[in-house]
Write a protein that binds this ligand. Structure first.
Ligand code: G16
Length: 543
């Protein structure tokens, strides 16, 4: 086993997006591509002596190849220890839990999250720091800068390690432990929820269906729900991680999990359904014939948090990403706690959680979580809902309707325009930004515009400023339209248009969502000329 120094091949475009570097598998398969990014990452991490790295991914195609490459490079870099999930499996929330419980200095997750997998699909790599959360922007920018200048790759010449069985190996001075990827995660959940109450709920015949979409959530959900909490076998469906996610799109929203939605509208519907995504950090909650919007889910959890053992002392504060609906703001106001508004991207919650300013946080993109780790956590959200149902005796739907009765309904939808030519998407945003100063005071959708700006965020803990995080047009009533370009796609650009209107009148809570938001969709078209720039008559996905 020898150290080797190889010449680096220069590659452009290795700037991480909203959550790590995501590209087509074929891009990652170019010789030296992965190595260049990992070398840059290790260069920025610095001296690795005495440090522990955690390594694993969502099981998608290229996961195992990448793990072997990174193991060799980690050994060359001098890590004391690398913890690798058995079979190369570690979900994103489990990564956060393992880093925190084992005192690791960081971890590498191989995942493109909810993006499709397989040889023709997407691959991704992201780094989590010692608090268990995604690396902050300053770090990822430094990695990107380093990818542009490095000239050498350091690795060793060693054979692949077997990943399928627990065990300990040695690569030069580095100890490699193949660990159970579920144990640390499960221990964290046990410390938060009333497992006896959930067990009793299942014993009373409560029926759940959790669709883990052939992705990494399956082993975690089976271990906790079926093996430990007594949910009947078969509660978790599409449970074995597959390299191509069974050809499905592992994105838990009503469009991609349409089979689950149809099931919950059928006569066989169970009491509650849920779905998690590729790396198991996202969740969708569904009641009988009733889909819960992620923004409402966050607000329900916040409103009832003190009923859950892990949150019985109350919430320090809550946070949501800017495009997420203001439902949780209303709950926070009623609870007398602060609601922070951050840019899109879980990394922006990290400092608030570390500083103890926030206990729960969430995003419209099907992410919810808390200070138990530093990532969003799909199965945690399912356990939270189960615990709530167990102690309140209410259904999914009645919990959401209770929220609407108390605070009004934040009618909400996101319209995605996918696969737009990047220059045209950028031109749309440029034109829109240029129009912003002229908007306040004019009438749009029958109301005066109160605020029209490009969202900028000042982190209250370290004062860092992040600009250009999405255009907001907020009307006098609080109704709003937000437009931004996605930072997670791999093909062209995706325009996201977020629409929100508050409806206090319970008699109007059941109006079709798209109908209620039609004036706001028209406003978005009027100010951003979406049809012109995208060439599309309608969004490709509406959730
Ligand atoms: C990632 C981030 C989330 C973000 C989402 C959507 O989720 O972790 O914080 O909300 O992308 O980002 P965008 O709108 O830029 O596509 P995931 O689950 O893909 O890691």
């Amino acid at each position: 086993m020898n150290r080797m120094t190889l010449p680096a091949t220069p590659f452009d475009g290795q700037r991480p997006g909203t959550s790590g570097l995501r590209k087509k598998v074929q891009v990652f398969q170019q010789p030296g591509y992965l190595e260049q990014f990992v070398q840059a990452l290790f260069d920025v991490v610095g001296d690795a002596r005495g440090k522990t790295l955690v390594l694993g991914g969502d099981g998608r195609y290229y996961n195992r190849v990448a793990i072997q490459t990174i193991l060799r490079m980690a050994a060359a870099h001098g890590y004391a220890r690398v913890l690798v999930g058995q079979d190369g499996i570690v979900s994103t929330p489990a990564m956060s839990a393992i880093i925190r419980r084992r005192g690791a200095s960081g971890g590498i997750v191989l995942s493109a999250s909810h993006n499709p997998g397989g040889a023709q699909g997407d691959f991704g790599i992201k780094y989590n720091v010692a608090n268990g959360g995604p690396a902050p922007e300053a770090f990822t920018e430094a990695v990107y800068a380093r990818t542009r200048e490095l000239r050498q790759i350091h690795t060793i010449d060693s054979a692949d390690l077997p990943l399928h069985a627990l065990g300990t190996y040695r690569l030069l001075d580095t100890t490699v432990d193949i660990i159970d990827p579920v144990a640390d995660y499960a221990a964290v959940q046990r410390g938060l929820f009333d497992f006896d109450a959930i067990r009793a709920l299942f014993a009373r015949g409560f029926r759940l269906r959790l669709d883990t979409m052939w992705a990494v959530g399956g082993p975690y959900a089976k271990a906790l729900l079926e093996d430990e909490l007594g949910a009947p076998p078969g509660t978790v469906v599409h449970a074995e991680p597959r390299e191509d996610f069974g050809g499905l799109h592992p994105d838990p929203n009503p469009v991609n999990a349409s089979e689950l939605i149809a099931f919950m509208q059928s006569a066989d519907a169970v009491d509650m359904a849920a779905a998690t995504d590729g790396d198991a950090d996202r969740n969708m909650i569904v009641g009988r014939n009733f889909v819960v919007s992620p923004s409402d889910s966050l607000a329900v959890l916040a409103a009832h948090a003190t009923r859950i053992p892990g949150y019985a002392r109350g919430l320090a504060g809550v946070a949501r990403s800017m495009p997420t609906s203001t439902a949780v703001d209303r709950v926070a106001r009623a609870l007398g706690i602060t609601c922070f508004e951050t840019p899109t991207g879980w990394k922006f919650f990290g400092n608030l959680l570390d500083a103890g300013k926030v206990t729960l946080c969430g995003e419209e993109s099907y992410g919810t979580g808390s200070d138990h780790i530093r990532e969003k956590d799909g199965l945690w959200a399912v356990l939270f809902w189960l615990n709530l149902i167990a102690v309140t005796g209410e259904s999914v739907e009645s919990l959401v309707r209770g929220l609407w009765r108390a605070h009004g309904r934040c009618v909400y939808s996101r319209h995605d325009y996918e696969g737009i030519a990047t220059e045209r998407a950028e031109a749309l945003m440029r034109e829109l930004r240029a129009a912003l100063p002229g908007l306040p005071g004019t009438h749009l959708a029958g109301e005066p515009v109160a605020i029209a700006d490009d969202f900028a965020y000042t982190d209250p803990t370290d004062g860092s400023v992040t600009q250009h995080q999405g255009v907001r047009i907020i009307l006098q009533s609080g109704s709003r339209v937000v437009l931004r370009l996605s930072g997670t796609g791999t093909e062209g650009a995706t325009l996201r248009v977020y629409l929100e209107r508050h409806e206090p009148d319970p008699a109007r809570h059941d109006l079709p969502v798209q109908q209620a938001l039609a004036p706001l969709a028209a406003l978005a078209e009027q100010v951003a000329r979406i049809r012109h720039w995208t060439g599309m008559e309608a969004p490709s996905v509406m959730t």
